[in-house]
Design a protein around this ligand. Sequence first.
Ligand code: V1S
Ligand code: CA
Ligand code: ZN
Length: 390
Amino acid sequence: HNGITRPKGYRVSWHANPAVEPHHFGQSHPMKPWRLTLTKQLVMAYGMHYAMDLYLTRAATFEEMAEFHKEDYLEFLRQVVPADMEAPEQSDRIASYNIGDDCPIFDGLYNYCSLYAGGTIDAARKLVNNQSEIAINWSGGLHHAKKAEASGFCYVNDIVLGILQLLRHHPRVMYIDIDVHHGDGVEQAFWSTDRVLTVSFHKYDKDNFFPGTGALDSTGPAHPLNPGAHHAINVPLNDGIEDADYLQLFKEVVGSCVETYRPGAIVLQCGADSLGCDRLGCFNLNVTGHGSCVEYVKTFGIPLLVVGGGGYTPRNVSRAWAHETSILIDAADKIDPNIPETVAFRNHFGPDYSLFPPLSEMRRIENKNSKAYLASVVAAVKEQLRYMKG
Ligand code: V1S
Ligand code: CA
Ligand code: ZN
């Protein structure tokens, strides 16, 4: 391998189960668990696995998932099969759990959900037990799932389950979400507690972009009896934001939040659909710009749980998550930007075979975020943080 070794002074654990990877959402569905295979192949071709503790994750148990989800919903996920989509006697339940085109029933659905959830729960427990300072589960990050409802390709909310583990030891946990979509499921789960501060950066268009929530002034129900008031931070953005503006905004918002809130642990959702050229996204971030956010969060030296999320152009998802793995093990400077000859599925990375192709040049979307707009968002967040101090 290429000289990546361990002495870092902190431990990074990698939590994965290859049994997640072969699940299929269906022909035309954009979510491809196979992107995890591609990510792992890149990480291994660079030798990054030598610098982490590798854990084969178990499936979360029914009881573990029931710490957030309703039992009748989990029971449904456990027994439903694709043929039930045609069964008239099942149609009411299927509709009530929001199963459909976005969240289809596919073979092995419960296995898929319990494996990615088990990964995030295991990763959180590693941090809590002081056996790791940074724990990574790229198969997790499914931020839209609700207590008794699937949403936006998410069935079980592994992030909520991971945060619940962290809350057993840490009085305050901060959640940061750089997926292009609003992290509505996590926000809603902790809507009425001051023990979790949620911060989501996302494209916001109430009527034309999923899920249509996450406005700047949506900060938690402002009732005097709600301790969670002001503990949801939303950074709504328009199409086409570029690396430099995004990073500056990210540092100002996240920096002020960490300073004010002083979390004991941070959960970072690294949805890669905020990259340029994403099949569903509309931002212009490069792999380096996306990675700089991860690097900045790492500088706080606070126990860190890193999860995946969206990302619909698999070659770029795997580039971003491999690069971010190298940042987390402090080896980004030892990585050759030319993708190794030895990587499996190397054809996916042509014609450039670079870890950092200039995504924003390839399909540039007009930047609709003025400097004045971004400055006004930062000002509003800082004003919100003043309320939070109490
Ligand atoms: N944007 C988008 C999009 N595309 C699809 C889709 C396309 C083809 C299919 F065969 C199935 C689904 N669905 C959507 C969005 C959901 C985006 C979820 C993002 C998830 C995440 O990255 O944040 C985390 C993993 N759904 C919609 O826009 C809803 C509809 C309104 C339009 C699409 N149809 C299929 C359902 C209703
Ligand atoms: Ca987001
Ligand atoms: Zn997304």
